[in-house]
Design a protein around this ligand. Structure first.
Ligand code: GLV
Ligand code: MN
Ligand code: MN
Length: 455
């Protein structure tokens, strides 16, 4: 029998079986772990589950799944910046933080922050965390896992006072579904500016107004920028790609996070009657956008390391018997090397203009913004490697993370957990209990080693 899953159907299948068996037979988390192992290797071992030791992974995974049920949508998981579901999420997560002995607050950017005071409260703060928001139709682990693991690591200190405060942060927004990405971590980096606060959501509400409506004060955001007392930041996250799973490895150490370029391109043609306008006299904005989208895909496929996604399309007037007059598409472009990404970005925007021109249209790029490839802190990464099994893989993250926003301002390191099937941003996204247990051990050893340095 195979011991890992190669496609999405297999992962879904495994989920259903694990959940049903959990409800059917297992009152305790330890049995759930064994069931997972049993399913991976030999179904007939199902009844040899009683003597498996309790581990922290069951609690972590159950909590992530509990949060996945807290959604702004009736189906699936979707929690966006300061939405009603996010309020409920704050209540649940702050309950877990409080039980560990943390003092909990919600900051002006909607970050949920639990502090376990050290021997000299306020003197030094070590931060652990990730984000609480999700994409639409999200999986249960992207972001959330890093927050829940951080709480479990704090819990494992068993009330012992560390030589620093341990702060667990659930960032308010990393995905940018409602406004733009990385709002929570940008507040700590001191880069959440007035322009961003003026951005509007689909209902026309500005970010500043959304913050006020939630009962928070946008004017307090500048006070959130981290100060000299902040020692370092560590983020745990699922890989969201296939590298660790393909190599059958549990965890990986992130060395750098690939840069990203984003833009919106508006193709402006002219709307006209679908039945009467001859083909050669049309200025069809969707046809131009489609030609460009095909070009983008060809370039990305033929450029090593480049990935390009057009994830949003808005069409006007959007009626079946009218030639589309205006189409706006998004572009998300990533590469580990800044120069390769920038060159591709420039040439794709140029191609949009050329394709539009040849068809008698115009193409207008807007909202262009880029994030450079960011390296993690070498010393902190060494410390993480020392806490991890020998020969743990070093890797580049293709996905963006809060760690990339904080890294220029504070020593930052990041640990990936394998994503079975390489699936993420999808409800089938999952983690393996043994990988979570290993991450918890690594986190515990990391805290010990940092404590040794500061005691
Ligand atoms: C975050 O998930 C991103 O990389 O877009
Ligand atoms: Mn994500
Ligand atoms: Mn994430």
């Amino acid at each position: 029998m195979q011991d890992r899953w190669v496609n999405q159907d297999d992962v879904c299948h495994r989920h259903e079986r694990r959940d049903s068996c959990h409800n059917l037979r297992t009152p305790s988390g330890s049995k759930l772990l064994k069931l997972e192992i049993t399913f991976r290797f030999a179904e007939q071992d199902l009844f040899t589950i009683a003597d498996v030791p309790e581990t922290g992974s069951q609690t972590v995974i159950a909590r992530c799944r509990e949060l996945a049920a807290i959604s702004d949508t009736a189906d699936g998981t979707c929690r966006t910046f300061l939405s009603p579901a996010m309020r409920r999420c704050y209540e649940v997560v702050s309950g877990w933080m409080t039980r560990v002995g943390m003092s909990v607050r919600l900051d002006a950017a909607g970050n949920l922050r639990g502090v376990l005071p050290g021997v000299e409260p306020g003197k030094r703060v070590f931060m652990l965390g990730s984000h609480l928001d999700t994409v639409r139709d999200a999986g249960p682990f992207d972001g959330i896992l890093g927050v829940v693991i951080a709480i479990a690591i704090a819990e494992s200190s068993n009330g012992k006072r560390l030589p620093f405060d341990l702060e667990v942060i659930g960032f308010s927004d990393e995905e940018g579904v409602r406004f733009v990405p990385f709002l929570g971590s940008r507040a700590l980096a001191g880069t959440l500016d007035e322009e961003t606060l003026k951005r509007t959501d689909h209902a026309g509400i500005t970010m500043a107004q959304a913050i006020r409506d939630f009962g928070l004060q946008p004017a307090d955001i500048p006070k959130l920028a981290i100060t000299a007392s902040a020692l370092a930041f560590l983020e745990f996250h699922i890989e969201q790609g296939p590298v660790l799973d393909d190599a059958m490895e549990s965890v990986g150490i992130v060395e750098s996070i690939a840069g990203q370029s984003h833009a919106r391109i508006k193709f402006i043609g002219s709307a006209n009657h679908a039945g009467t306008t001859p083909m050669l006299r049309r200025h069809d904005a969707l046809a131009a956008a489609a030609e460009w989208i095909g070009f983008v895909e060809r370039i990305a496929r033929s450029t090593p390391g480049l990935v390009a996604t057009i994830g949003e399309v808005e069409l006007r007037p959007g009626v079946s018997n009218v030639i589309p007059g205006e189409v706006q598409v998004s572009l998300d472009l990533r590469h580990a090397e800044n120069q390769a990404r920038q060159q591709a970005f420039d040439s794709l925007l140029h191609a949009a203009g050329e394709i539009a021109r040849q068809r008698g249209l115009t193409a207008l790029p807007t909202h262009a913004r880029s994030l450079q490839t960011i390296s993690m802190n070498e010393a902190l990464t060494q410390r993480l490697a020392a806490a991890a099994p020998k020969d743990t893989r070093r890797m580049v993250s293709g996905a963006g993370h809060d760690a990339m926003i904080l890294a220029p301002h504070i020593p930052t390191a990041m640990l990936f957990l394998r994503s079975p099937g390489g699936i993420s941003h999808h409800p089938s996204e999952t983690v393996l209990p043994e990988d979570v247990d290993l991450a918890l051990e690594i986190g515990g050893r990391f805290i010990e080693s940092l404590s040794d340095q500061y005691k």
